[in-house]
Design a binder for this molecule. Sequence first.
Ligand code: MG
Length: 167
Amino acid sequence: MKSHSELHERALELLTIRGIDLDDIADLVLYLQKDYVPGITREDCRKNVEAVLTKREVQNAIITGIELDMLAEEGKVSQPLRDILVNDEGLYGIDEILALSIVNVYGSIGFTNYGYIDKVKPGILQDLNDRSNEQCHTFLDDIVGAIAAAAASRIAHDDPNKSEIMK
Ligand code: MG
Protein backbone atom coordinates (compact mmCIF):
# COMPACT_ATOMS: atom_id res chain seq x y z
CA MET A 1 0.00 0.00 0.00
CA LYS A 2 1.24 3.49 -0.85
CA SER A 3 2.19 5.53 2.18
CA HIS A 4 -0.10 8.31 3.20
CA SER A 5 2.68 10.87 3.09
CA GLU A 6 3.63 9.90 -0.48
CA LEU A 7 0.02 10.44 -1.61
CA HIS A 8 -0.21 13.70 0.33
CA GLU A 9 3.02 15.04 -1.14
CA ARG A 10 2.10 14.07 -4.69
CA ALA A 11 -1.39 15.55 -4.43
CA LEU A 12 0.06 18.89 -3.26
CA GLU A 13 2.71 18.76 -5.96
CA LEU A 14 0.16 18.10 -8.71
CA LEU A 15 -2.00 21.03 -7.58
CA THR A 16 1.08 23.27 -7.73
CA ILE A 17 2.12 21.94 -11.16
CA ARG A 18 -1.37 22.77 -12.44
CA GLY A 19 -1.14 26.33 -11.12
CA ILE A 20 -3.37 25.99 -8.07
CA ASP A 21 -2.34 27.92 -4.97
CA LEU A 22 -3.98 26.79 -1.71
CA ASP A 23 -4.80 30.46 -1.01
CA ASP A 24 -6.94 30.46 -4.17
CA ILE A 25 -8.92 27.55 -2.74
CA ALA A 26 -9.06 29.33 0.63
CA ASP A 27 -10.63 32.32 -1.16
CA LEU A 28 -13.38 30.04 -2.50
CA VAL A 29 -14.05 28.79 1.04
CA LEU A 30 -14.21 32.38 2.25
CA TYR A 31 -16.66 33.16 -0.54
CA LEU A 32 -18.87 30.27 0.63
CA GLN A 33 -18.65 30.95 4.38
CA LYS A 34 -18.29 34.71 4.85
CA ASP A 35 -22.03 35.32 5.29
CA TYR A 36 -22.40 32.47 7.79
CA VAL A 37 -19.31 32.70 9.99
CA PRO A 38 -18.78 36.19 11.39
CA GLY A 39 -15.15 37.31 11.35
CA ILE A 40 -13.88 34.35 9.35
CA THR A 41 -10.50 35.01 7.74
CA ARG A 42 -8.69 33.65 4.71
CA GLU A 43 -6.19 32.10 7.13
CA ASP A 44 -9.00 30.16 8.88
CA CYS A 45 -10.18 28.95 5.48
CA ARG A 46 -6.68 27.94 4.44
CA LYS A 47 -6.25 25.81 7.60
CA ASN A 48 -9.44 23.97 6.72
CA VAL A 49 -8.30 23.45 3.12
CA GLU A 50 -5.05 21.97 4.44
CA ALA A 51 -7.01 19.66 6.74
CA VAL A 52 -9.15 18.42 3.83
CA LEU A 53 -5.97 17.65 1.87
CA THR A 54 -4.77 15.25 4.59
CA LYS A 55 -7.61 12.82 3.78
CA ARG A 56 -6.68 9.80 1.69
CA GLU A 57 -9.94 9.86 -0.34
CA VAL A 58 -9.19 13.45 -1.30
CA GLN A 59 -5.60 12.68 -2.27
CA ASN A 60 -6.75 9.73 -4.40
CA ALA A 61 -9.26 11.88 -6.28
CA ILE A 62 -6.66 14.62 -6.88
CA ILE A 63 -3.96 12.34 -8.24
CA THR A 64 -6.41 10.41 -10.44
CA GLY A 65 -8.17 13.42 -11.93
CA ILE A 66 -5.14 15.62 -12.54
CA GLU A 67 -3.21 12.71 -14.03
CA LEU A 68 -6.05 12.11 -16.52
CA ASP A 69 -6.15 15.82 -17.43
CA MET A 70 -2.41 15.81 -18.14
CA LEU A 71 -2.47 12.54 -20.11
CA ALA A 72 -5.34 13.82 -22.26
CA GLU A 73 -3.45 17.07 -22.87
CA GLU A 74 -0.35 15.11 -23.96
CA GLY A 75 -2.45 12.99 -26.33
CA LYS A 76 -1.75 9.84 -24.30
CA VAL A 77 -5.40 8.86 -23.90
CA SER A 78 -7.01 7.00 -26.79
CA GLN A 79 -10.27 7.94 -28.53
CA PRO A 80 -13.04 8.64 -27.87
CA LEU A 81 -11.99 9.56 -24.31
CA ARG A 82 -9.26 11.95 -25.48
CA ASP A 83 -11.68 14.27 -27.30
CA ILE A 84 -14.20 14.03 -24.48
CA LEU A 85 -11.60 15.17 -21.95
CA VAL A 86 -9.87 17.79 -24.11
CA ASN A 87 -13.21 19.34 -25.12
CA ASP A 88 -14.66 18.97 -21.59
CA GLU A 89 -17.88 17.57 -23.00
CA GLY A 90 -20.87 18.50 -20.90
CA LEU A 91 -22.53 15.08 -20.88
CA TYR A 92 -19.43 13.21 -19.66
CA GLY A 93 -20.08 13.76 -15.93
CA ILE A 94 -17.36 11.48 -14.55
CA ASP A 95 -15.34 14.54 -13.48
CA GLU A 96 -18.21 15.58 -11.20
CA ILE A 97 -18.62 12.01 -9.93
CA LEU A 98 -14.92 11.75 -9.05
CA ALA A 99 -15.12 15.08 -7.21
CA LEU A 100 -18.02 13.79 -5.13
CA SER A 101 -15.60 11.48 -3.34
CA ILE A 102 -14.01 14.69 -2.01
CA VAL A 103 -17.31 16.37 -1.16
CA ASN A 104 -18.45 13.22 0.67
CA VAL A 105 -15.66 13.36 3.22
CA TYR A 106 -17.58 15.74 5.49
CA GLY A 107 -21.07 14.45 4.81
CA SER A 108 -24.02 15.63 2.79
CA ILE A 109 -23.69 19.29 3.82
CA GLY A 110 -20.98 19.58 1.16
CA PHE A 111 -23.31 18.86 -1.77
CA THR A 112 -25.08 22.21 -1.66
CA ASN A 113 -21.80 24.10 -1.48
CA TYR A 114 -20.37 22.07 -4.35
CA GLY A 115 -23.38 22.59 -6.61
CA TYR A 116 -23.46 26.29 -5.81
CA ILE A 117 -19.78 26.98 -6.41
CA ASP A 118 -19.81 24.94 -9.62
CA LYS A 119 -22.64 27.10 -10.95
CA VAL A 120 -21.34 30.51 -9.85
CA LYS A 121 -17.63 29.77 -10.60
CA PRO A 122 -16.00 32.46 -8.46
CA GLY A 123 -12.26 33.30 -8.43
CA ILE A 124 -9.90 30.53 -9.50
CA LEU A 125 -12.78 28.47 -10.95
CA GLN A 126 -13.42 31.20 -13.52
CA ASP A 127 -9.67 31.40 -14.27
CA LEU A 128 -9.56 27.64 -14.86
CA ASN A 129 -12.50 27.94 -17.20
CA ASP A 130 -10.77 30.74 -19.12
CA ARG A 131 -7.44 28.91 -19.29
CA SER A 132 -9.01 25.72 -20.63
CA ASN A 133 -8.05 26.63 -24.21
CA GLU A 134 -4.39 25.86 -23.56
CA GLN A 135 -4.78 23.23 -20.86
CA CYS A 136 -7.19 20.41 -20.05
CA HIS A 137 -8.95 21.14 -16.75
CA THR A 138 -11.86 18.76 -17.10
CA PHE A 139 -11.14 17.11 -13.75
CA LEU A 140 -9.21 19.93 -12.07
CA ASP A 141 -12.06 22.47 -11.91
CA ASP A 142 -14.35 19.99 -10.16
CA ILE A 143 -11.57 18.87 -7.83
CA VAL A 144 -10.80 22.45 -6.77
CA GLY A 145 -14.50 23.26 -6.27
CA ALA A 146 -14.95 20.06 -4.27
CA ILE A 147 -11.97 20.78 -1.99
CA ALA A 148 -13.44 24.21 -1.25
CA ALA A 149 -16.91 22.74 -0.63
CA ALA A 150 -15.45 20.11 1.71
CA ALA A 151 -13.45 22.73 3.62
CA ALA A 152 -16.59 24.88 3.97
CA SER A 153 -18.48 21.85 5.28
CA ARG A 154 -15.69 21.16 7.74
CA ILE A 155 -16.15 24.68 9.12
CA ALA A 156 -19.94 24.38 9.19
CA HIS A 157 -19.82 21.01 10.90
CA ASP A 158 -19.63 20.61 14.61
CA ASP A 159 -16.03 19.62 14.25
CA PRO A 160 -14.16 18.95 17.52
CA ASN A 161 -11.26 21.07 16.25
CA LYS A 162 -13.49 23.89 15.16
CA SER A 163 -13.00 26.04 18.23
CA GLU A 164 -9.23 25.76 17.85
CA ILE A 165 -9.32 26.62 14.18
CA MET A 166 -11.87 29.40 14.41
CA LYS A 167 -10.62 30.71 17.81
MG1 MG B 1 -15.15 19.49 -15.10
